[in-house]
Design a binder for this molecule. Structure first.
Ligand code: ADP
Length: 502
């Protein structure tokens, strides 16, 4: 294992012992059967978005390193696929227990690299661990079916098999949960996996890989490749016949590039891409429920989520009351040090994210939207952005078309169901939608016409380990979570056997 440098030239709040220890526990990279640095010896910086300071340096893997990881994944696959599912499940159960035991150091790493608050970070560790437990339980329940063909001439017997070595590419906003949502079902199914974390947030993933090793995941079954230049490294893996599957969570833009790369080898893929979720409030809604759930849908992770409410569409008769009540929340968000329990929101992930939120806000204001309330943000070196709420945002504003990924609530108003359904569906995305109404018939009627993979009814949160998370249209392919999530890592084989009357 190589030494991890933890240079922070100007720490804002000196790292407390627990955090410093968490950081020291991060290995540089787990590759094949040892902790190693990149063959080139190159490294890249990981920064704390609350301060801008460098908190760690990790190996900058090149194509050759990625191929080493793939060779390990390919070599480990046959034995792992033959390992009884009960034994695979036991290892995942141990990993779940270790993650819970190590909740605090893992959470602190998430705060340091993502900038999410410590409360949200603890929640992410629990959520991430729950995927490991869920798929430990699913591992032993996968099966096939056996039927007699209607003509009696043959028996049809189906079995599931692991697809093989998988490349799992994760985003920076929920690094641990997106990693376990992919590798737990992959390993449960008998696949081996190469994790490629986002360059902004590799630390918690590396710490997790170390726990996986401790839990008994064999050499080569799970490896981590960190790189500052994912394009060529990923493409090299995609071109290699040994790779059997790619699962990606990230922007639609990168998803399109990867989907194109699957073409030549007809590579299996799962894609969780961007969203543009409408949050629809009907005038029969319970206002308290509408505002409470709007807060969840907009402010969880500061809006840096693909299922965050992107557009608030509010029916005319309730719009003034909703805007007034929601403005009180948006204007009162306390922004600051994410380690401080009293703070609602830390920094955004980097200055680019701040620039985008500011650009989208300015564009809406220029197009005639009104600024109803704005909270404040620390005027320090970190990537802070003051949350705000805009009313009367025209449909043509960029904020209604692009993914905001920030704490800006854009409210537009509508007259009736037909209008709001048309506006909600007027996007290339189809991930999640939220419908707030007390009328159950309306919820079902509108929900069934919304072109999304997920609909929250009187709820601003749809993610759950037991539920199939995923989108339609350009929001993706496949589902993660629930019993559906493991099927993404299995292929079906059918045996034709002699029937009754042969
Ligand atoms: P975001 O815009 O939210 O940062 P991205 O789609 O750029 O999301 O990143 C999600 C993941 O995709 C990250 O792990 C990132 O390193 C990876 N990635 C970015 N560009 C490419 C690419 N050209 N090929 C493969 N992976 C990429």
């Amino acid at each position: 294992m190589s030494a991890q440098s933890t240079t922070d030239p100007h720490p804002p709040q000196a790292l407390d012992t627990a955090t410093a220890r968490a950081l020291r526990a991060v290995p540089s990279r787990y590759l094949a059967d040892s902790w190693r640095t990149a063959a080139s010896g190159r490294e890249f910086d990981v920064r704390n978005p609350a301060t801008g300071a460098v908190i760690a340096r990790v190996p900058d893997c090149a194509e050759a390193d990625a191929l080493t990881a793939l060779a390990a994944a390919d070599a480990a696959w046959p034995a792992w696929a033959r390992t009884p599912s009960r034994a695979r499940a036991d290892i995942l159960h141990r990993l779940h227990a270790l993650m819970i035991e190590q909740r605090e150091p893992l959470a602190r790493l998430l705060v340091l690299e993502v900038g999410k608050t410590i409360a949200e970070a603890r929640g992410e560790v629990d959520y991430a661990a729950e995927y490991v437990r869920w798929y430990a339980e699913e591992a032993v329940r996968t099966g096939g079916r056996s039927t007699l063909a209607p003509d009696g001439g043959s028996h049809i017997i189906t079995v599931t098999e692991p697809v093989g070595p998988c490349l799992l590419i994760t985003p920076w906003n929920v690094p641990l949960a997106m990693a376990t949502r992919k590798f737990a079902p992959a390993l449960a199914a008998g696949c081996t996996a190469i994790l490629k974390p986002a360059e902004l947030t590799p630390l918690a993933t590396l710490a997790l890989a170390r726990l996986a090793l401790e839990a008994g995941v064999p050499d080569g079954v799970l490896t981590v490749v960190t790189t500052a230049d994912p394009g060529p490294v990923v493409q090299r893996l995609m071109n290699d016949d040994r790779l059997r599957k790619v699962s990606f969570t990230g922007s639609t833009q990168v998803g399109r590039i990867l989907q194109a790369q699957t073409g030549p080898r007809v590579l299996r893929s799962s894609m969780e891409l961007g969203g543009n979720s409408p949050f629809i409030v009907f005038d029969d809604a319970d206002l308290d429920v509408a505002v409470r759930e709007a807060r969840t849908a907009k402010l969880r992770m500061g809006g840096q989520s693909c299922v965050a409410a992107n557009r608030f569409l509010v029916q005319d008769a309730i719009a003034d009351a909703f805007v007034e009540a929601f403005a009180e929340i948006m204007g009162g968000v306390s922004v600051g040090d994410p380690f401080d329990d009293a703070v609602d929101l830390g920094p955004l992930v980097d200055d680019r994210a701040v620039g985008k939120a500011a650009r989208l806000t300015d564009d809406a204001l220029e197009r005639g939207a009104s600024l109803v309330a704005r909270s404040s943000a620390p005027d320090t070196a970190g990537s802070f952005f003051a949350p705000c709420i805009l009313d009367l945002v025209p449909a043509s504003a960029a904020i209604n078309i692009e993914e905001v990924f920030g704490p800006v609530a854009a409210v537009g108003r509508f007259r009736d169901e037909e209008e709001v359904i048309a506006r909600a569906n007027a996007t290339e995305h189809g991930l999640a939608a939220y419908v707030i109404t007390r009328d159950i018939d309306r919820a079902r009627r509108v929900g069934s016409r919304l072109q999304t993979g997920m609909v929250g009814i009187n709820r601003g949160l749809v993610s759950h380990v037991a539920a199939p998370f995923g989108g339609i249209k350009q929001s993706g392919l496949g589902r993660e979570g629930g019993p559906e999530g493991i099927a993404e890592y299995q292929q079906l084989k059918y045996f034709a056997a002699p029937g009754l009357y042969v």
